[in-house]
Design a protein around this ligand. Structure first.
Ligand SMILES: [Zn+2]
Length: 289
């Protein structure tokens, strides 16, 4: 039985997030009942790292992550200061709790849990970035019914932000793809072209601009593939195939340190199939067979 199935009763469950890591009772079991939170954190409470009162406040300020007819999941976010003390405390204590990072889950199969955690981590970053109102600097509080933070002074609402990013796989003759090695990768991985959509741009304009900036070639037809939320920290990746239409590869040598055409039959190390980049490459490999 999955951790989610197990908790399908009329109740509220909590995800505890500390500095973009999620507390787990055991690997894969990340949902806590209210009493279980106090239980899990009792040594930290005993040592005054988290007070019972601050725990109550954190739970009262929890943010809705997901809700269905039977249960809801809420996010309890600890401030960076408390998070550091908690992580230090449990990393050195004998009964260490498991702190999962989302990155560690990417190599696994995408699961319902990944999407739940992905949303929770995105909300966590949003809470961290919006503790004060951007207009009047008043303190914000989570709204009781809206999925928003509300300024306690000017009453303005602040909703979670999502950053759209295009991700493009350039192909030619149905058997070759243009893949690039990004400067920020430490491994030998080659992947698609990707970048943020700028203000006032359509997705298609962003895709064509990123291709020109990063590898310099011309493309004609753009074809939508699918999309994927990417919580590092808050992107929505929108995938396109782009058909090559001439031009030599020119790289900037900074963001992109290498780019080449690869036969679909002889690919380099590419992103895992849990990522949209991996799925797009796999789609063309399968289509060619
Ligand atoms: Zn305000």
């Amino acid at each position: 039985m999955s951790p989610l199935e197990k908790t399908q009763i009329n109740s509220v469950h909590y995800l505890l997030v500390c500095d973009a890591q999620v507390l787990a009772k055991s690997p894969g079991d990340v949902l806590f009942g209210r009493l279980e939170i106090e239980d899990a954190l009792n040594t930290a409470v005993g040592q005054g790292i988290v007070t019972t009162q601050s725990l109550t406040v954190a739970i009262d300020q929890s943010v809705l992550v997901n809700r269905n007819d039977d249960f809801e999941v809420r996010l309890v976010a600890f401030s960076k200061k408390v998070a550091k003390s908690l992580l230090d405390h449990y990393n050195t204590s004998e009964n260490a709790l498991n702190w999962l990072t989302l990155r560690s889950l990417i190599v696994e199969e995408f699961s319902e849990q990944f999407y739940l955690l992905s949303r929770a981590i995105q909300l966590y970053h949003w809470l961290e970035d919006h503790r004060y109102c951007g207009v009047c600097a008043g303190k914000t509080r989570s709204h009781t019914t809206e999925p928003a933070l509300m300024c306690s002074r000017c009453k303005r609402f602040w909703y979670p932000r999502i950053q759209p990013c295009v991700i493009v796989l350039i192909h030619k003759n149905n058997d070759e793809v243009l893949l690039a090695k990004h400067g920020k990768y430490i491994s030998d991985m080659y992947s698609c072209i990707a970048g943020f959509v700028e203000s006032g741009e359509t997705l298609e304009q962003a895709a064509r601009r990123e291709i020109k900036e990063e590898v310099g070639v011309d493309v004609d037809e753009l074809q939508y593939f699918s999309s994927q939320p990417w919580p590092f920290p808050n992107q929505l990746m929108i995938g396109f195939f782009a058909r090559y239409n001439g031009g030599e590869i020119i790289i900037d040598g900074d963001e992109i340190i290498d780019a080449k055409w690869f036969s679909l039959k002889q690919l380099p190390v590419t992103p895992p199939k849990t990522s949209i980049a991996g799925q797009m490459i796999e789609f063309l490999v399968q289509r060619q067979r």
